[in-house]
Design a protein around this ligand. Sequence first.
Ligand SMILES: NC(=O)c1ccc[n+]([C@@H]2O[C@H](COP(=O)([O-])OP(=O)(O)OC[C@H]3O[C@@H](n4cnc5c(N)ncnc54)[C@H](O)[C@@H]3O)[C@@H](O)[C@H]2O)c1
Length: 337
Amino acid sequence: MTGLKAAVIGCGDVSTVHFEAIAKLDGARLAAVCDTDPARLAAATAAYGVPGFPDHLRLIEAIGPDVVHITTPHNKHASIAVDCLDRGVSVIVEKPLAHTLAEGNRLAEAAKASSAKIAVCFQNRYNATSQAMHALLSSGELGAIVGASATVLWHRDADYYRSRPWRGTWEGGGGGLMMNQAIHTVDLLQWLVGEVVSLSGNASTRFLGDTIEVEDTTEFVALHANGARSAFYATLANAVNAPVALDIVAEKATLSLRGDLTVTYADGRVEVVPERVVESGGRAYWGVSHELLISDFYARLPEAGPFWIDSAEAEKSLRIVKEIYRQSYPELTELVS
Ligand SMILES: NC(=O)c1ccc[n+]([C@@H]2O[C@H](COP(=O)([O-])OP(=O)(O)OC[C@H]3O[C@@H](n4cnc5c(N)ncnc54)[C@H](O)[C@@H]3O)[C@@H](O)[C@H]2O)c1
C-alpha cells in the first residue's frame, strides 16, 4: 500500500472523529494505533484492522508513521508530541496545546527545531461562520472592533468526570471547563478580536465540587491590543449544551454567532451565514470541522513553513486560561500553571 502513514495515539472518545477523517483522506491511510489501556487498544485494532501498540515510541520505531494524531489526556500531549517532532514525525494534537505552560513552551521549542509540522485541533476556526467573521473583520469593511462578548452555557455531569477521572484533575487535565471546553471559544475570541494584552478573571467550582478538583464556572474581562474589550462567561451548570454565543461589535456592523452567524450592518442590512451540518460519529458540540482541519493539514504538508494553527498559535489561548487560574488560585500557583 502506498501513501502517507497515519497513526492515532489514544483511542478514547474523540479518536472516532480522527479515524473517520483519516478514512476520507486521499493519499494517506491509517497504519497503526496506540493506547496504554489494553481493552481500548484491543477494541481499536479490531475495529480498524491495523497493528496496535501499548507505547508510542514502539509504534514510531516499528511503523515509521508520517503523521501521528495525539488524542490522549492533556498531560500526555506535549511529551508524546515532542517525541514525534524530535524524530521528524508530523503531529496533529488535540487541544489544549499542553496541560501546563512549561510543557506548552517545551513543545513550541521542539516544533521550532523540527523538520516536521504540528497542527493543534482548534477545528472551530474552520467553521463557515468563523471563516466569514474573520474575512469580514480583516477586510476593513466594518471599521474598528469596539468590543465583544461570549458565553459558553454547557452541561456536564458527575458521570462525565467519573467515566474519565483525568478530566476532573489538575494533574490530568491542567484545568477543567476552560482547558477542556471553553478554550475553543477563547481561541476564537483572540483570533477574531485580537491579541489579549491583559485580563481580570475568576474561575471557581460551583456545583461539581464533590466530584472534581478543577473549575466548572469562569468569567473574565479582557483588553485586546487594538483597544477592544471583551466580556466572557462560561459554565457547565446549564441544563443543556446551548449554542456558543459570540457577539463582536464593530463600528459599522455587529456580528452575532448562535450556531448560524447574523451580520447586522449600521445601514440596516442583515445577512445570515449558515453553519454547515455534517453527519459524523462525533458529538454535536464538537462542531463540524475536525475533518476540514485534518484534510487541510495533510494537503499542506509539502508546503514550506509552519501550519497556520501551530504550537505558537495554540500557546495564546493556553496563556489566557492559565492567567485566569493564576488570578483565581493564588495558593495553588505551582499546580495550576
Ligand atoms: N477538539 C475537540 O472538539 C475535542 C473534543 C473532545 C475531546 N478533545 C480532546 O481530545 C483529547 C482526548 O479526549 P477524550 O475525551 O477522547 O479522552 P479519553 O479519556 O476518552 O481518551 C484518551 C485515551 O488516551 C489513552 N491514553 C492515555 N495515556 C496514553 C498514552 N501515554 N499513550 C497512548 N494512549 C494513552 C487512554 O487510555 C484513552 O483511551 C483531549 O485532549 C480532549 O481535550 C477535543
